[in-house]
Design a protein around this ligand. Sequence first.
Ligand code: C2O
Ligand code: CU
Ligand code: CU
Length: 586
Amino acid sequence: MQTSLRFIIIIFLFSFVAKSTSAQTYNQLWIPDTLSGTTFNLIMKDTMKQICHSGQQTITSGFNGNFWGPTLIFKKGDVVHMNIQNKLNDSTTVHWHGMHLPAVMDGGPHQVIPINTIWQPYWKVTNNAATYWYHPHLHEMTEQQITKGLGGLIIVRDSIESALALPRTYSVDDIPLILTDRSFTSQNQFNVVPYGDSMVINGTMHAQYKVPAQIVRFRILNAAIERSFNIGFSDNRNFSIITSDGGLLDAPVSVNRYLLHAGERIEILVSFTSQSGQSFDLKAYNSTLSQNIAGGDIFTNGPFVNALAKSDFNMLHLNVVAQTSNPITTIPTTLTTNVLINSTTANITRHLTISDSAGVTTPTILGPNAFILNHKLFDIKRNDYQVPLGNTEIWEITSSSAFGHPFHIHDVEFNILSVSGAAPVAAQAGWKDVVFIPGATGGGPGNPGTPTVVKFIAKFDDYADSLHPFMFHCHISLHEDEGMMGQFVVKDASSSSGVNEATGLMKDFSLYPNPAGSKLYINFEDPTMQAYYVRISDMLGRTKLMLPRPQLLGGIDISQFAAGTYFLQLTDEKTKQSVTKKFVKE
Ligand code: C2O
Ligand code: CU
Ligand code: CU
């Protein structure tokens, strides 16, 4: 009796200690809200969030909140209209990573949104169902603005994905996971550094989450500045990868580890069936990474030193709970039939290089060791390629860099043809917009070894624009900011259609009514004239509204403008010339 009582007391004490420990150790994983429909309002703000366990809040930035942003849900075929308001204390841009859209809507370094300005891009969603994301892309500021928390997920749905029996109850059995790492000052503020000392998942440190005892889908984004994550579970279970960056794979690929690089996404299915009551950890098995993979290198001093280097660490603690009422309990055997681009249809092979730029001096921390594309640092005024509209192109990237780089291209989703001569692994044999270029083998600092060659193929079927380029770059934000980036325009060679810098002067237009109330209309002298860009600024030259390729029939909504005098600059689609006219808002 006494023994069993003592036993019960011990059990009681033990469970009390266990509970209070877990309450102290874990924070509930934050799940971003969702926005859906066809009009999306996003306000970018500098704000604060309690990220660290104790002490001060961290100064952060977010879209509609205090870290990161809402998950945007798009339906393939819809035209989506974005209403982006920059209330930050700095200029920014918002790039729709992976989306196929016109360059003028793409949000690269050319579409700068000044402070207190509204930018309204829109486009038809043509991407496959998968997970994409949005993030700032202001040149030389991307690392800093992403570090502060700016970014968000995009979920595209389509009829093929919808017809499959897959988990899709957001936050219940369809869970977004945004992998990042951060380093904090003693005052709990972010250090803007390539590697953090703490895992931060969905803006949460030491996160835990409840998953039902059934098939659960995780949409995983590597949103880190530099680090790659070798994803696995603490019990070494297998999981099924169902998407690459830009769409479903033909069939699920079962693995127990997957190395995800900066900018990449995968969706995975994991079975927790009959495991209710058990707990597991989603981990990064980064102790196995080689030195030339981001996160596998140990530094003893300088800005790259970090506590997570070449080690295994927990990302998310998972507690399995009861099944939901309509659980998915089987993993489909097939998903879709991808029709990949036939390599014999390529019009051209472009040869790109990646190298360690000994001798190219950059002003910031990488100094003379910046990594470069095509032996050049990025120059926002230099166009690197003109891609003829309609081209199918093979991009062959030869890297003599001792380090591995995740290479990303805007505008298109591509198919990997080969990595060091081998066909892509099954989980990458679909649509991609980031491809990892492994470091040159046998090399080391100052010794290039044997270069690595990666080839992909893409089609540049639409959205010709001679003015606004698309970017290609390393998705390690530090490398990108340091100049590991280039740009290309898609050029329509035919004179009969699309963009063409016709000679001659742009036709005239007028603004009415003037003074205007809540709506301002544009009357074109030539009814075939189209606006390429409308930009409205106030008397002090401060931009208020940026409208790429605006649809002007319904007028421009100026109801939010204070009374006063404004300037409207209109750039004509055909000639790309601009004329500015004055109007008064009553
Ligand atoms: Cu996610 Cu050009 O970037
Ligand atoms: Cu991108
Ligand atoms: Cu890089």
